[in-house]
Design a binder for this molecule. Structure first.
Ligand SMILES: Cc1cc2nc3c(=O)[nH]c(=O)nc-3n(C[C@H](O)[C@H](O)[C@H](O)COP(=O)(O)O)c2cc1C
Length: 363
């Protein structure tokens, strides 16, 4: 199985399965002499970690990260200095219950990769979905922690802006709220409504979809490239690789299809500091595949968790028509834990483009 690597100059390769001994990644191309620490990478992983509220899977994985290579000790406080060589990151899997999955060894769960993996490879690791499990996304988050060091000066933040049909009120957007509720929701009022709503979904053994928005600020003008190396196409690709993501928008996205050219124009004026000022940001900070200096804005739609307790019709390996109930411990809304994953993917893409940019400009 190839295609476990993404990025060009900031290159991330992940390995491991949900029910194997461990998961890990190699971050290659990270510039030397950056100060990183396991503790800081851990803070990002802790945002994605399961078992933190009743609204996410009750798997108890501490997701304790270890940096195995590519660094030298930079002091007694745990600071590590990158050496420019491959950085290997490692997390042990500690809470897997493979027996939860014995029922599905020969059955194809609707909405999962069971049928397609088997159709392609003729073999599949049915324990927790193997490589298709979102357990792999922990390593993206760890790699994102290093990417954030490469793009120091840029801020990448994500939030849940819609759960099921319930959207936030953008007038209430407050980044400080994101860490005050279990949904990464920037609208305190919406979060209070989401709580009983998701409780109902969870108790019914059902699930619901969501929309995540990721915004990068402090991105200088000029990152990206024309045609096949567009910043927006790389971002869309990176976000689309996240499990359960079924749609990606940049800036106004699909909304651009229903407005006029006058409404869509991000008009420009000259600022007092001699830099251009855009009067709106329908473009999501990217024009012609190159960042404009405005915030880079991306949204992605996450489908409802496929593992639900209501029986669904499917088939088994023998071709028999059966019904299936997916037991085990699952997120009622995977969009919640997809927020830190989306942030990490945005950070990795920006880090990659920052390094590519340096290779493409005049001194
Ligand atoms: C953070 C995160 C956690 C997830 N947890 C679950 C889960 O508990 N149960 C489930 O059915 N799907 C879960 N998924 C989604 C599946 O991994 C995904 O739907 C499946 O592998 C099929 O891939 P696809 O939806 O991208 O086509 C999760 C996704 C993310 C991003």
């Amino acid at each position: 199985m190839s295609h476990n690597t993404f990025g060009h100059l900031f290159r991330v390769t992940t390995w491991g399965e949900s029910h194997g001994a461990a998961i890990g990644c190699v971050v290659d191309g990270c510039p030397p002499q950056l100060a990183i620490s396991e503790a800081e990478i851990q803070t990002w992983l802790d945002k994605r970690r399961p078992g933190q509220s009743r609204f996410v899977t009750q798997r108890q994985e501490p997701d304790q990260v270890r940096v195995l290579s590519g660094v030298m000790a930079g002091g007694d406080d745990g600071t590590l200095i990158t050496t420019g060589t491959p950085i290997a990151l490692h997390i042990d899997n500690v809470d897997h219950r493979s027996k939860d999955y014995s029922d599905i060894e020969s059955r194809y769960r609707p909405g999962h990769a069971d049928y397609t993996y088997e159709a392609k490879y003729g073999i599949r690791d049915h324990r927790g979905g193997g490589r298709s499990s979102a357990r792999e996304t922990a390593m993206r988050v760890a790699a994102g922690g290093i990417a954030r060091k490469v793009i120091a000066g840029m801020t990448v933040r994500g939030a849940l802006v819609q759960m099921g049909e319930h959207k936030i009120d953008r007038a209430n957007w407050d980044w400080d709220e994101v860490d005050r509720n279990p949904f990464f929701c920037p609208d305190a009022e919406a979060a209070t409504h989401w709580e009983p709503y998701l409780d109902g979904i969870r108790k019914a053994g059902s699930s619901v979809g969501a929309v995540v928005e990721v915004i990068a600020e402090g991105v200088p003008a000029g990152l990206g490239a024309p045609i096949y190396g567009k910043l927006d196409s790389d971002l869309a690709m990176a976000l689309m690789t996240i499990n359960a993501v079924k749609g990606v928008e940049i800036g106004n996205g699909f909304g651009a299809a229903s407005i006029t050219g006058e409404e869509n124009a991000d008009e420009m004026r000259m600022g007092n500091d001699g830099q251009p000022v855009f009067l709106s940001n329908n473009a999501g900070g990217i024009l012609g595949g190159i960042s404009s200096g405005q915030p880079v804005v991306a949204r992605f739609a996450v489908k409802p968790t496929s593992s639900i307790l209501t029986p669904r019709r499917t088939i088994n390996r023998a071709g028999e028509e059966i019904e299936i109930v997916t037991k085990g411990r699952h997120d009622p809304c995977v969009g919640i834990r997809a927020v830190p994953v989306g942030e990490a993917m945005m950070a990795c893409v920006l880090a990659d483009h920052l390094l590519r940019h340096r290779a493409q400009i005049a001194e």
